[in-house]
Design a protein around this ligand. Structure first.
Ligand code: CO8
Length: 209
């Protein structure tokens, strides 16, 4: 499947995935409620019987959701003018795992910028986001940047420099840009900014498919 709109990407599986005109509000709502549940779960200090009662409520919700399932989790829709998987684990608003990364902006030079707010559920070192999640945000951002530049590609190498701890609970800005192409290899850089300071930088090599 192809789409000629600038910044629109077509992952390999797109030809087999249903494309929704818009992400259903209830899909986003459910994911948002599950994110809140996870955040409450890592902060809670209630008594054991309350933990057990909460677990039973969650079991009931899971059983309800399992009543009808799709073979493949992938669903595509349009977000910020781009085609994305509703269940993408970084920016999919329908995936509770996704923080999500939102608000994609593209400046006149083609550089991209998005934001994300990661809660305590993403904590690695005390007060700081787990490094794997820092890398995930950057990996996704460079992938998005090269797609926006018209070169959709998969990451084959991602080098992350962790400059300082990336705080959780504060808005993060994730910047990325396409920097060049050599045959099938596409190059990009990215950075995460929190409270006006760069916390991590990445350089990536991606290969077009
Ligand atoms: C829009 C939404 C954004 C989403 C962004 C999400 C970003 C991601 O998470 S992508 C997922 C993670 N990445 C992957 O799963 C990719 C795994 N890798 C692969 O499947 C394969 O390496 C694949 C298909 C990309 C390329 O394989 P193949 O087609 O055989 O290419 P191959 O010949 O090995 O390499 C192509 C070129 O890249 C180079 N290359 C490959 N790997 C590397 C590497 N690690 N470092 C440097 N160069 C490399 C090769 O040397 C070659 O260079 P040249 O053309 O100059 O000879």
């Amino acid at each position: 499947m192809t789409d000629e709109r600038p910044g629109t990407t077509s992952p390999p599986a797109a030809g087999h995935a249903p494309v929704l005109p818009a992400i259903p509000a209830e899909t986003t709502l459910l994911a948002a409620r599950i994110r809140e549940l996870v955040e409450a779960g890592v902060h809670t200090d209630v008594a054991a019987e309350d933990l057990r009662a909460a677990a039973e409520h969650v079991t009931a919700a899971t059983e309800l959701l399992r009543e009808r399932t799709r073979e493949e989790p992938l669903l595509l829709s349009y977000l910020d003018g781009n085609q994305v998987s509703v269940h993408n684990p970084v920016e999919g608003p329908g995936n509770p795992l996704a923080p999500p990364m939102v608000g994609l902006e593209i400046d006149e030079s083609g550089a991209t910028s998005s934001t994300a707010l990661l809660g305590a559920a993403y904590e690695g070192p005390p007060g700081r986001v787990h490094g794997g999640w820092v890398a995930s945000l950057l990996d996704h951002a460079v992938g998005r940047a090269v797609a926006v530049a018209g070169h959709p590609a998969m990451t084959v190498s991602l080098t992350v420099d962790y400059r300082r701890g990336t705080p959780h609970g504060v808005p993060l800005t994730i910047n990325a840009r396409f920097t060049g192409k050599e045959g099938r290899k596409v190059f990009a850089t990215g950075e995460i900014v929190a409270d006006g300071e760069t916390t991590a930088e990445a350089s990536a090599i991606l290969v077009t498919y």
